[in-house]
Design a protein around this ligand. Structure first.
Ligand SMILES: [Cu+2]
Length: 511
């Protein structure tokens, strides 16, 4: 059954896909024949990809506020930082003392989380530190993390999804000498990309209006892909090597990234810096919160050729699906295996639907040639696996509830206590029908194993990780260790799940 048929026959029902064991979607060969390259006139149709404005975090003020921008079509209100949309890329150097002041000019509470950085409790952006309108919060931390791609976004309890969706999502790059020695593409040949999906109202207004049914269960899925805040993004590239530094900053959308013409790309790094060695790929799954550091060589292409970075179609076996044909509650066949009772119309392109993200148009000019070394980060060893489990966390979504070990988040409840400096193995289990990208605060961790579902680690999961995609039926073990004492968070990075309470406090205590 091909995908179109699949969605077509779902009607309004909610049905498990457990019988389908085909898994070409993730990490396999692209199935869509429509991915291709076409010769075209540069500069037609699309919107220029905005280059991210860059600032240094050594002494920085970030002011959260509303502004007007253009995503596609007319002007729309967006929320961002420092009056810049897309939000600025913050550059730090390993060893820097970061001094960042957050000023809140929104008319609701907010707080910023530095996603992936190993920072003290006071600098982690826990929602209990959220500040009100007109207030400021000072972050001070020593940059201890490996050079790599991190990001920042709000962590306001119950409001992380709308704030991030409205534009408050920025890249954070940690630079360092060990990485500079590799001679990777930089300057105009280093492109930061914040990938998201959006729904636009008539006239191009950005809209965040989740409905109780599908939006609450699947998360807020959009109709269009955006890169650095714009739809139909298009960028001219020279015939040479580019470094693409990508975050999936979407609320709920999982991207299965491919390049047109099945052009291969090289994976350099993932969440917490470079991999041990480069890996050539044609497809890479990036769940919300995850990052990918890619090298793409456009030198094999002809001037005028156009290559689309897009999310290819994929299926998630065992995932609950809702049809697009519903149209109202209580009509159509009752779903099998659904726990939702009523019928809902699917909003946005379903999870796994194809989506264009950025079009690269190749110019006649030559770009840099890069000889990659066999080793990128030689200090990154395979993590030791004791074969044990210290703690188990069950992620479950049913009846409009999203829980970890059966409980919803409470601001003042500590669910686990962990001694600082002790290496533990945490197990994440998904017995339900929804995808959960699991994010652990407190720095970088290592994924040890995956059982069930995809039943293996993917190439982009072999480096330092702070976010791990847990699909239905999967069981992931992750080695964690915390340096700073205090209260930190474990949560689902589907932002609607997170806001609904799929989040847990753990306290790191002195050993
Ligand atoms: Cu989730």
């Amino acid at each position: 059954m091909d995908r179109k048929t699949f969605f077509g026959v779902m009607g309004a029902g909610l049905v498990g896909v457990g019988g389908t064991n085909r898994f070409a979607g993730f990490g396999g060969a692209p199935r869509s024949a429509r991915v291709g390259s076409i010769a075209r006139d540069p500069g037609l149709a699309g919107s220029p990809l905005p280059r991210l404005p860059e600032v240094s975090g050594a002494d920085l003020t970030l002011t959260a506020g509303r502004m007007t921008a253009r995503v596609r079509g007319g002007a729309t209100e967006v929320w961002s930082y420092n009056g810049q949309f897309p939000a600025p890329l913050i550059r730090l150097r390993r060893g820097d003392d970061a001094r960042i002041r957050l000023v809140n000019e929104l008319d609701e509470d907010t707080i910023v989380h530095w996603h992936g950085l190993d920072v003290p409790e006071q600098a982690d952006g826990h929602p209990r530190f959220a500040i009100g309108p007109g207030e400021a919060y000072d972050y001070r931390f020593r940059v201890a993390d490996a050079p790599g791609l991190y990001w920042y976004h709000p962590h306001t309890h119950g409001r992380t999804a709308p704030q991030t969706y409205m534009g408050m999502a920025g890249l954070l790059v940690v630079d360092g000498e060990e990485e500079a020695a590799l001679g990777l593409p930089s300057g105009e040949f280093e492109l930061g990309l914040v990938l998201q999906d959006k729904r636009l109202a008539a006239g191009g207004a950005l809209r965040y209006s989740p409905e109780m049914g599908p939006d609450r269960m699947f998360g807020y899925l959009g109709d269009i892909g955006t890169a650095n805040g714009v739809a139909d993004a298009q960028v001219e590239v020279r015939r040479g090597a580019y470094r693409l530094r990508i975050v999936n900053g979407a609320n709920a959308r999982i991207f299965d990234l491919t390049l047109g013409n099945d052009l291969p790309f090289t994976l350099l790094g993932s969440d917490g810096g470079l991999l041990r060695e480069p890996v050539e790929l044609r497809r890479l799954t990036l769940a919300t919160g995850e990052r990918a550091d890619l090298l793409v060589d456009f030198s094999t292409l002809r001037a005028g050729e156009s290559i689309m970075l897009r999310s290819a179609e994929f299926e998630i076996p065992g995932m609950m699906m809702m049809g697009m044909q519903g149209g109202g509650r209580g009509r159509g066949p009752q779903g099998r295996g659904g726990g939702m009772g009523g019928m809902h119309r699917m909003n946005g392109i379903p999870q796994g639907g194809a989506m264009d993200l950025v079009e690269f148009v190749v110019s006649a000019e030559e770009g840099p040639k890069i000889e990659l070394p066999a080793r990128l980060d030689g200090s990154l060893d395979a993590p030791a696996d004791p074969g044990t489990v210290d703690r188990t966390f069950r992620f479950d979504s049913r009846m409009m509830q999203h829980t970890i070990n059966g409980r919803s988040f409470e601001m003042d409840r500590i669910d686990e206590r962990i001694p600082a400096g002790r290496r533990e193995v945490w197990e994440f289990v998904n017995d339900g029908g929804f995808a959960h990208p699991v994010h652990v605060h407190g720095g970088q961790h290592r994924i040890l194993s995956r059982e069930g579902g995809r039943a293996r680690l993917l190439p982009w999961e072999r480096g330092r990780k702070d976010t791990a995609l847990l699909l239905p039926g999967e069981r992931i073990r992750m080695a964690v260790e915390f340096r700073h004492t205090g209260v930190f968070l474990l949560h689902c990075h589907n932002l609607e799940h997170e806001d609904a309470g799929m989040m847990s406090n753990f306290e790191v205590v002195a050993p």
